[in-house]
Design a binder for this molecule. Structure first.
Ligand SMILES: CC(C)(COP(=O)(O)OP(=O)(O)OC[C@H]1O[C@@H](n2cnc3c(N)ncnc32)[C@H](O)[C@@H]1OP(=O)(O)O)[C@@H](O)C(=O)NCCC(=O)NCCS
Length: 179
């Protein structure tokens, strides 16, 4: 398993990983029209290249035996103490095998090296699998927040944070654990 900063030539592979994972995992959580709208908005070659070129987003690609298997995207935020995990997607057949946590640790290390004390993310409030995995990886729920993303779509999210300057405190899961 290897994690490396993605090159511009990796962006089409990352876009296909995103499309595969979203279409497999999100139909029970998000309206199909919203899935396609958000995929087109975030993963068009132009949008990805522009966000990388402007330094808005950095992508980290995780490969297993050379095969692209998961990725994360991250960025600074306007708050000097915060870094944001913007995207985290693991191929469906590789989920729940520790790869998401490896990427969280990788991005946490990058943020810590930049003297950030908090890693923040947003996650759909109906995405119980991701919320559970974030809680188990040391995040806590800070607040609920709704974001109007245009075209009549609203993202109904939790904002979750992970302290980078102290060992994580565990927060009891608000959901029944199936495992
Ligand atoms: C959410 C996601 C990134 C997590 O990555 P992952 O590689 O599957 O998770 P990990 O294997 O690193 O698991 C981390 C912890 O969460 C737990 N976990 C993972 N999937 C879980 C599930 N479906 N239900 C309950 N717990 C789960 C793991 O058991 C582990 O906890 P433990 O070490 O205490 O046992 C990944 O499942 C994914 O890509 N999901 C679909 C897309 C998505 O929702 N992305 C997040 C958008 S905000």
């Amino acid at each position: 398993m290897e994690i490396r900063k993605a090159h511009p030539t990796d962006l089409p592979i990352i876009a296909s990983l995103a499309r595969l994972t979203w279409r497999h995992c999100y139909p029970s959580i998000v309206d199909r029209g919203q899935i396609e709208y958000m995929l087109a908005q975030r993963y068009s070659p132009e949008a990805m290249l522009a966000s990388v070129a402007s330094g808005q987003l950095t992508y980290e690609l995780l490969t297993v035996d050379g095969e692209p298997t998961a990725f994360a995207a991250h960025s600074p935020t306007p708050l000097p103490s915060e870094h944001k995990l913007q995207q985290l997607y693991v191929r469906p057949e590789w989920q729940d095998r520790g790869l998401g946590r490896q990427l969280i640790h990788h991005v946490s290390a990058i943020a810590r090296a930049a003297a950030k004390s908090t890693l923040v993310l947003t996650v759909n409030r109906r995405n119980l699998q991701a919320i559970e995995s974030y809680l188990r990886s040391g995040f806590v729920i800070r607040e609920s927040a709704d974001f109007d993303i245009g075209n009549g779509f609203v993202m109904e999210d939790y904002v979750m944070t992970r302290r980078l300057d102290v060992p994580p405190l565990s927060q009891p899961s608000p959901y029944p654990c199936e495992s």
